[in-house]
Design a protein around this ligand. Sequence first.
Ligand code: CP3
Length: 372
Amino acid sequence: MADAPSRASQRVAIPAGRFDDAPFIRACRRQSVPHVPVWFMRQAGRSLPEYRAARGPGSILDAIAQPDLVAELTLQPVDRYGTDAAIFFSDIVVPVAAVGFGVDVTPGTGPVVAQPFRSRDDLRRLRPLEPEIDTPYVVEAVSQLAATLDVPLIGFAGGPFTVASYLIEGGPSKNFTKVKSLMHSDPKLWADLMGVLTTMAVTSLRSQLDAGASAIQVFDSWAGILAPQYYESMVLPFTKRLVAEVETSHPGTPTILFGVGTGELLPLMATAGTSVVGIDWRVPLDEARLRVGPDRAIQGNLDPALCLAGWDVAAEATREVLARAGRAPGHIFNLGHGVLPETDPGILEQVVELVHAEGRAGVEETIQEERP
Ligand code: CP3
């Protein structure tokens, strides 16, 4: 641990803006692209035989703490599929686990918390994150990847609401009753918890950007459980602060905000300040464009379950997504949520080929054709 800062100072500096011409970065900025860029949430993981072979048994948190393994797992789907971006292999609970809150990730279940967050006293269990000391393996793995990759690396953090939901519920939840009770019975404690988790997310994201990540995604996966008025008053202000602080330290960095079941929240999410809003499969992209407005790029939104129904179904659904996205610039193709473990990687390979061949949103010659 003591040598972490000196290792950091020896790191090779990666010039910021190295991937400014990459289709993924250009699409985030709503610039013209040679083809619609594509990556998949959870592209690394159990659907890949090479992942299962390399990962071994044990908690994913142990795997995440090994930079060489993390670099390998991050590269696997990029090599196999030819995606336009890599997503850093880690988990949204890594920062809270690293400061000692007592979180593990159980295979087949997800994050589990031994002593859930219940009262003001529990705030003391969330000391500030010091990336060089608490998560040096993240900094190390991102640096390795930034030096190796020929596509942009997306760093990420959990949205404060989604991370709070795991801490309060103690694990995955269907109805989020404990979170909602705390939000409404003790709004002051809720705001303090959100404040702490927002700062932790910013610290983690800055460490990933400093180490060479080219963009970031905020996974506020479960925010869609909230009614818009409470999302707006009790979550969005923190997301806005998070995005603003990343923009202050790393101006111009493409940022993506994603959640599931957020159809009613999209107009609000569009005000968080990110360059891109991620859309799940429930809202067609033409409708999503109307809901987020013209100033944001959109990402999505093939239903991951349709990748299990054979190539003909997946191909038709992929074309439908491209058609709905239309020809305006600013579409990044993705699934509407993460790759399901039972997905045949061959199907995703074909999806990438099809998107690259037929995805025309913001394509350079299209824009020239349309010029008067
Ligand atoms: O390609 C990638 O996206 C890999 C990196 C990644 C993981 N988790 C690895 C992982 C990312 C971006 C995440 C984010 C994450 N983690 C989210 C947000 C994304 C989403 O799906 O909404 C959430 C909600 C979590 C919490 C979490 N961690 C869950 C729900 C699970 C699945 C539990 C299970 O076993 O089904 C995890 C574990 C986890 N994180 C796996 C992977 C590849 C499962 C595989 C394993 O244990 O090896």
